[in-house]
Design a protein around this ligand. Structure first.
Ligand SMILES: Cc1cc2nc3c(=O)[nH]c(=O)nc-3n(C[C@H](O)[C@H](O)[C@H](O)COP(=O)(O)O)c2cc1C
Length: 227
């Protein structure tokens, strides 16, 4: 196994926004293959209640882009009232402005991405109230629900990256999720969890991000015990 190649993909699959190439079409069969790869992800009790809505229609992308922008306005105004606070030296504070600039670019241009993939889960089949009566906490339900779709989405992002396509994990449109559902005819029982704009990237030389140190977030045998 080529560990270097695998680690490279795993560590350089960034949120691509400014480097999405809106001029180059994306082949439907490439998207289909990446979704197929995503379907190898685990699901609770092998439930596989996932669905992926691919949007290439220009009018629908424009309509969803408008909803995305309105969602960002609503979310952004709340966020500005309570900006995240980071300790001096915490890299997330330094990275914050670049992330805001990049998100703003995507916000203005998302409709230009040749395709969107909207990952969904059909809650009709997942909600089994008898399984979630006390004393089983709702965290079990939530972990089972989102844990049966999110890693498939990440696999799709990795598979796209391996083919020189970029994406950004986005959720902000969920502020007006029902409006997006109406554009696409998504039934009421189906929960949307992420929207990926998909495009070939301008260049492929992405780098690992500077994250919090692994020692800071890893606990050996007890909380607070570094290795
Ligand atoms: C749950 C989740 C929701 C996100 N929502 C958005 C979003 O709505 N819009 C956006 O531009 N980026 C969004 N992002 C991307 C994050 O901003 C990004 O992952 C983070 O800044 C780290 O950058 P990186 O992915 O390049 O390492 C989201 C990421 C996650 C995991």
């Amino acid at each position: 196994m080529d560990l270097d190649a695998i680690d490279h993909i795993l560590t350089t699959t960034r949120s691509v926004r400014k480097r999405l190439d809106f001029t180059r079409p994306v082949e439907p069969e490439v998207i289909q293959r990446c979704i197929e790869i995503g379907l190898q992800a685990p699901t609770g009790a092998n439930s596989q209640h996932w669905h992926f809505v691919v949007v290439t229609d220009e009018e629908k992308r424009k309509a969803i882009g408008d909803i995305y922008r309105r969602s960002m306005e609503t979310y952004g105004s709340l966020q500005r009232q309570h900006p995240p606070q980071y300790a001096p030296g915490d890299r997330r504070g330094v990275q914050n402005q670049a992330m805001i600039d990049s998100s703003d670019y995507l916000n203005r241009n998302i409709h230009q991405a040749p395709a969107f993939i909207i990952a969904c889960i059909d809650t009709r089949a997942v909600e089994q109230p008898h399984l979630f009566e006390a004393p089983i906490p709702t965290s079990f339900y939530n972990a089972s629900l989102y844990g049966s779709i999110l890693q498939a989405v990440w696999s799709i992002m990795l598979a796209l990256r391996a083919r020189d396509l970029g994406t950004a994990w986005t959720t902000v449109h969920l502020v007006y999720e029902k409006e997006v559902a109406a554009v696409l005819g998504i039934p009421d029982t189906v929960l949307q969890v992420a929207l990926l704009p998909v495009a070939y990237t301008k260049g492929t030389d992405f780098k690992p991000a500077k994250r919090r140190p692994v020692q800071e977030v890893t606990h050996w045998n007890a909380w607070g015990q570094p290795g």
